[in-house]
Write a protein that binds this ligand. Structure first.
Ligand code: C2E
Ligand code: SIN
Ligand code: SIN
Ligand code: SIN
Ligand code: FE
Ligand code: FE
Length: 365
């Protein structure tokens, strides 16, 4: 598989391994990130259960009284009701002794607002006494810093991408709706890929907000080519293809100016811009990469982008039906397009249709 940034999940499991050297009885470490707009906590829990080292789910803060109390008092605490750590389906399968677990939970704040929680969880009852807590504090500090310093660059990256996407809209290069649709098709593919790809929630979320940047390099293409009301001549195609290397330059500039290098999401952004016109058999551009050398996020965006380009109005082509566009992709699966990505999209025709309807050109946001 292609390059991927270190995800929160990978960082979490690394820290959990370190903690277990000192505290073998801490068998789960978790983080939850809070979105105040939706009241949703997205939790990611790393456990020693070999089968499922990482579990993730979403809960509503207002429905989780123990956490709400910690958030309001701004204090860390030792909790014994850990039902918020487990999705309901898992809870019913747990052994009767599991009620005696205990957890040390710390709320995290950023700019005065609740940003999330850290959890350290043990199968032993009353595990978190004074001496354990004072040692654990150090790990909690490291984890908090890691999380909170990761959040800020992520926000800046998100605004930069949104701004960049608005520039392409101003020049009428793409409609906002095209960018929205490509994002949502890409997200649909990522969500429904066979689980062997091991995609985590963070990867899927990042894809949704980074996909609109794929064609940012079109801002550097002259109007007479970009906006041509007809089929491009071969020489014009060559110029048009430069939108990929121009896009990479724009992205490198953003990363440098905003000091984002090394933060999560940045390598995904680079990969999407650089590799969204590569083809599995090496016939794509600009690098002629093959198969798994093409990062997964780029293989996903390629399928989403071509599907949307074919099913949209363009001055130089007819609008294709969804069936025709699926046919085009399926014919080229395994040679040009990633087969699993094509099948993930084609296998969800009703969802594709509802994205087309929801973000149709001319519709309000
Ligand atoms: P785009 O409109 O976002 O299209 C993305 C990709 O969808 C294209 O990448 C191509 O692989 C596929 N695609 C779009 N329309 C068609 C089509 O009618 N038939 C087929 N078989 N595939 C299609 P590609 O070719 O690298 O083009 C990159 C960009 O260049 C396009 O982005 C579009 O902005 C521009 N472009 C490509 N061909 C023409 C053209 O004939 N006339 C004009 N005015 N622009 C074009
Ligand atoms: C990760 O990338 O966070 C680990 C893979 C997984 O989500 O299972
Ligand atoms: C846009 O519609 O301008 C792009 C969408 C986004 O960046 O959120
Ligand atoms: C086009 O027909 O516009 C591009 C050629 C292709 O998609 O292979
Ligand atoms: Fe492109
Ligand atoms: Fe596009």
């Amino acid at each position: 598989m292609g390059l991927r940034a270190h995800s929160l999940g990978e960082q979490l499991s690394a820290i959990h391994l370190r903690i277990r050297e000192e505290f073998p009885r801490i068998d789960r470490v978790g983080v939850a990130l809070y979105n105040p707009k939706t009241d949703i906590l997205k939790t990611l829990v790393h456990g020693t259960d070999e089968q499922r080292p990482l579990a993730r789910h979403e809960i509503q803060l207002s429905r989780t009284p123990s956490l709400l109390a910690l958030a309001e008092s701004r204090e860390e605490g030792v909790l014994t009701d850990l039902s918020f750590l487990d999705p309901p389906v898992r809870r019913t399968r747990e052994t009767p002794g599991s009620g005696s677990r205990s957890s040390f939970t710390r709320p995290l704040f950023s700019g005065g607002q609740l940003a999330g929680f850290l959890f350290f969880d043990s199968g032993a009852p009353d595990f978190f006494d004074g001496p354990v807590l004072s040692r654990l504090d150090v790990f909690a500090d490291v984890l908090s810093l890691l999380l909170l310093s990761g959040l800020e660059p992520m926000r800046r990256l998100r605004s930069a991408v949104r701004l960049a996407a608005q520039f392409t809209r101003l020049r009428d290069v793409e409609t906002g709706m095209h960018l929205e649709r490509v994002s949502h098709y890409a997200q649909l593919i990522a969500r429904t890929l066979p689980s062997t790809e091991g995609l985590d929630a963070e990867f899927i979320d990042s894809l949704l907000f980074l996909a609109p940047a794929h064609d940012i390099g079109k801002v550097a293409i002259p109007d007479h080519i970009l906006l041509k009301q007809g089929v491009l001549e071969p020489a014009e195609v060559e110029i048009m293809r430069n939108h990929v290397t121009s896009g990479v330059a724009v992205v490198e500039g953003l990363i440098r100016d905003l000091g984002l290098d090394g933060s999560s999401g940045v390598s995904m952004l680079r990969n999407i811009v650089r590799a969204h016109h590569e083809a599995l058999d090496g016939s794509g551009y600009p690098d002629g990469l093959k198969a798994e050398d093409i990062p997964l996020e780029a293989r996903i965006v390629a399928v989403a982008d071509v599907f949307d380009a074919l099913t949209s109005d363009r001055p130089y082509k007819q609008t294709w039906s969804s069936e025709e566009a699926f046919g085009f992709l399926v014919e080229r699966k395994g040679t040009r397009f990633d087969a699993a990505c094509v099948m993930a999209l084609e296998g969800h025709a009703p969802e594709v249709e509802s994205i087309r309807q929801r973000f149709r050109d001319g519709a309000a946001g």
